[in-house]
Design a protein around this ligand. Sequence first.
Ligand code: PBG
Length: 329
Amino acid sequence: MITGKYPSLRLRRNRKQSWSRKLIQENTLSPNDFILPIFLTEGLNKRQEISSMPGVYRYTINRLNQIVDKALKLGIPMIALFPKTKNSKKDELGTESLNENNLVCKALQEIKKRYKNQIGIMCDVALDPYTSHGHDGLVKSNTILNDETIEVLINQSLLQAEMGCDVLAPSDMMDGRIGKIRKALDKNKLQNVQILSYAAKYASSFYGPFRDAVGSKSTLKGDKKTYQMDFRNSDEALREVTLDIKEGADMVMVKPGMPYLDIIKSIKEKFKIPVFAYQVSGEYSLMENAINKNLVNRDAVYESLVAFKRAGANAIVSYYADRIDKIIK
Ligand code: PBG
């Protein structure tokens, strides 16, 4: 019970000295709390800055070790791979997603060969980096097909798992995909591959810079509101999570992050399952641009990240993860 009364109780007493403030801290951050997203691009010897995300780069396969070494040295447990596929390789069906020589597959093999199991690798399961229309699923007369899409996602999952992916992260929001992917993995002796479901993923304007980074911004036709969630809803997020847990999700993601702390908190309280938060590209770019313009102090980054822990997140996907040493200090 929370109780007490002024003047015998003065909460400022505990805040008076720095040593005392340290003792009463409820939440802290460590590199263990982070997942680092890495953008992949084709070619050789390239590290391209993404103009809408200052400080974030795309790497060619032969330069990947630069960023993976950094993640390892910092003590970050997992990276997440996102490919920028050439427009010439995109088609209506997202065929490139099933090419065993696509960017993600090549990166998986490279990283597993070099680093073994020193660091976890997570891959999105969705078709948007590969489709000419930019949608996460197959489209027929302006409708995103659910069950037909899942059939492709199953194959994408199996391929990525066979190439060395540790954690499959379906980010497509099709109904029923977690159960079907789990079943296919188990049938193919891939029962140890984990599933992190983007269970509560909202149709959000905060994804803009990411779509720029993976090259789907100009190609996206329409919006994703028929599969991603309405940001006015929270009960619906709990229903999504319930289904995904029943279907076999090992962990769930809430996305975007900061505007959805209430969702993180209620999922954690109700389900006691590992909950991850995704501090998405738009959150990153807003903050980074404001800091570069001296509108807010760089300490805002630390504050934004601790907020996820306070809300109950176990880990955070953040484009700041590669600089976490400086942020924590
Ligand atoms: C694609 C996907 C998106 C993000 C991660 N996976 C974008 C989208 O759904 O359009 C967004 C990440 C970010 O904005 O940082 N399924």
